[in-house]
Design a protein around this ligand. Structure first.
Ligand SMILES: Cc1cc2nc3c(=O)[nH]c(=O)nc-3n(C[C@H](O)[C@H](O)[C@H](O)COP(=O)(O)OP(=O)(O)OC[C@H]3O[C@@H](n4cnc5c(N)ncnc54)[C@H](O)[C@@H]3O)c2cc1C
Length: 181
């Protein structure tokens, strides 16, 4: 009888520990600990476009922005920062794990004629699963679009934004944890 009591106690202790650690694992990431009651802008998707948009909007300190992202933070995973290594994060938790429908004229050598269709899931979006290759758009494309009526999209108009992007500086907290950036 004494052994049965001990076994029950051990079970209760085990379940309690499991529940306790599971709840601790759910502590929201740093970026979501302080939420306002309302925001000027809510952006759904912290990928390439959403993150840039949020950053641009918050250049005005009066503006409040909530950036909602379905996936995780990528901060502590340097694998996403290594060019051509990022494809290794495809079909992981950083990917929506989509597959195409069976193809009629392609994917002939693939199982069921389907292939994976990577899309990033997490802060950074598809840059988590992409090749990290950067190249300026062709001058001639922009000039053609402008000639066809896209005001403000001439190459000379967009060039300052390319240059701004190419001068982006990341202050990495892992390099110097003492820095208060
Ligand atoms: C395999 C691959 C390789 C590539 N290689 C290159 C490259 O080398 N160089 C290059 O310039 N481009 C490359 N690209 C293209 C580039 O990565 C994408 O064009 C770009 O990241 C798309 O940006 P986006 O903001 O439109 O979407 P994404 O960056 O995909 O962002 C969308 C975000 O929205 C989130 N989201 C979706 N639904 C919800 C929801 N309901 N609620 C909350 N969040 C949600 C997603 O999780 C994701 O974070 C590549 C793309 C792929 C797939």
């Amino acid at each position: 009888m004494e052994n049965v009591t001990k076994a029950i106690l051990v079970c209760i202790l085990g379940i309690a520990t499991m529940l306790f650690t599971r709840d601790r694992g759910r502590v929201p990431p740093l970026s979501t600990r302080n939420l306002n009651l309302s925001y000027d802008y809510i952006i759904v998707g912290g990928g390439t476009a959403g993150s840039v948009l949020a950053n641009r909007l918050t250049e005005d300190p009066e503006v409040t922005v909530l950036l909602l992202e379905a996936g995780d933070e990528e901060t502590n995973k340097p694998m996403y920062d290594i060019p051509w290594n990022a494809p290794r994060s495809q079909m992981t938790e950083a990917d929506w794990i989509y597959r195409t429908v069976p193809q009629k004229t392609s994917c002939l050598a693939m199982k069921d004629r389907t292939m994976i269709w990577p899309r990033g899931k997490g802060l950074g979006g598809s840059t988590l699963v992409n090749g990290l290759v950067y190249i300026r758009g062709s001058r001639y494309d922009f000039e053609e679009w402008f000639a066809n009526g896209c005001d403000g999209w001439n190459y000379e108009d967009v060039l300052p934004y390319f240059i701004k992007l190419e001068d982006y500086r990341i202050f990495d907290k892992h390099v110097d944890p003492g820095d208060d950036v």
